[in-house]
Design a protein around this ligand. Structure first.
Ligand code: EAX
Length: 324
């Protein structure tokens, strides 16, 4: 056997025993179904990171609350049992107080203004505030402007909310706002909402159109009132424990993948602004658009007076000024 053949045989043999490089697999959890704006964001994240890493990093998507509600998952990131999430800001204020500033009612004028603020200096500053909580904010994805659905009657003015048992996120600004509007706010994780509506323990909830359509909410809610009372960002977040184990190159990939996720969610939200409402009507929901927004905005002013001082009033004023 020639020396060359011998070498080839040896190399073939050696490679047969070489340990395969096992891919790192990270869970990416979110509460909406896979077929949703969060699911599109998760798929975009997965595609981008697996492409950039050549398959060395794999993403296991965990939709529909598979790993728990948003608050549970954020706690999982803090202790490293979950690596990644796309989460509405709703519960994040409990961990990163400055995030509450983004959740004030009637703060953002429209989608373009919200994107400009979040992708600019203010939004990037707030993402940096995640770190002391053991979280790394990678990018701002999008949940959308929130609307009210319920099983009792259309909600055109604050008076229509009187006595409505309305589920809210676990967010003290939202709870205060709906109390000020005369509703009976019931904070709970999204994972309990559909059952609670089916059982009638609550009358309604509030969420953007893509959440309403992704969950076929016409099956359990008759009315949709397009109040647009809060713009709801969604944060793409990685556990700091996971982050610190990544190389600088891998960290760069995570940021690129989060940007792709953010863009995908915004594209799906934009599509749903019209198509989603049409789907709700086609499935029998009574969709109400003649909302007295001025009355709603006036009724929630006390919430600003009480809570803005708690969460950097300058930040809220900066957000307002950035939209002029
Ligand atoms: O993040 O809890 C909520 O209402 C959120 O909007 C939903 O889980 C998507």
């Amino acid at each position: 056997m020639t020396r060359l053949t011998t070498l080839a045989v040896l190399l073939a043999g050696a490679s047969a025993f070489a340990l395969p490089v096992t891919a790192k697999t990270f869970n990416l959890a979110f509460t909406p179904p896979l077929e949703s704006h969060y699911g599109d964001a998760g798929k975009a994240f997965k595609t981008k990171i697996e492409e950039l890493s050549g398959g060395d990093i794999e993403i296991a998507l965990k939709p529909a609350g598979a790993l728990g509600g948003e608050r549970d998952v954020i706690e999982g990131l803090q202790i490293g049992t979950v690596e990644l999430t796309i989460s509405s800001t709703g519960p994040i204020g409990n961990f990163v107080p400055q995030v509450y500033a983004l959740d004030f009612p009637f703060l953002f004028k429209d989608y373009a203004s919200a994107h400009a603020v979040l992708d600019g200096e203010i939004g990037q500053e707030i993402l940096a505030d995640f770190e002391p909580a053991g979280l790394v904010g990678l990018a701002w994805a999008e949940n959308g402007f929130r609307h009210i659905t319920d099983s009792k009657h259309p909600i055109r003015t604050p008076d229509d909310l009187k006595g409505i048992k309305l589920r809210t996120m676990e967010n003290e600004v939202h709870i205060a706002a709906f109390k000020a509007l005369g509703a009976a706010p019931t904070p709970m994780s999204w994972t309990e909402v559909l059952t609670s509506l089916q059982q009638g323990t609550i009358d309604g909830q509030e969420n953007p159109v893509p959440i309403i359509t992704a969950n076929n909410m016409w099956e359990i809610q008759k009315y949709a009132s397009l109040t647009g009372h809060v713009y709801s960002p969604a944060a793409v977040v990685i556990s700091k424990i996971t982050w610190d184990e990544l190389s600088p190159e891998e960290q760069g990939w995570m940021k690129e993948a989060a940007k792709a996720a953010a863009e995908a969610s915004r594209a799906t939200v934009a599509k749903n602004e019209t198509a989603g409402v049409e789907k709700m009507i086609a499935n029998g929901m009574e969709v109400v658009t003649d909302i007295d927004k001025a009355a709603f905005a006036a009724a929630v002013q006390p919430v600003y007076d009480e809570y803005a001082p708690k969460y950097s009033p300058e930040l809220i004023q900066r957000i307002r000024d950035a939209q002029k």
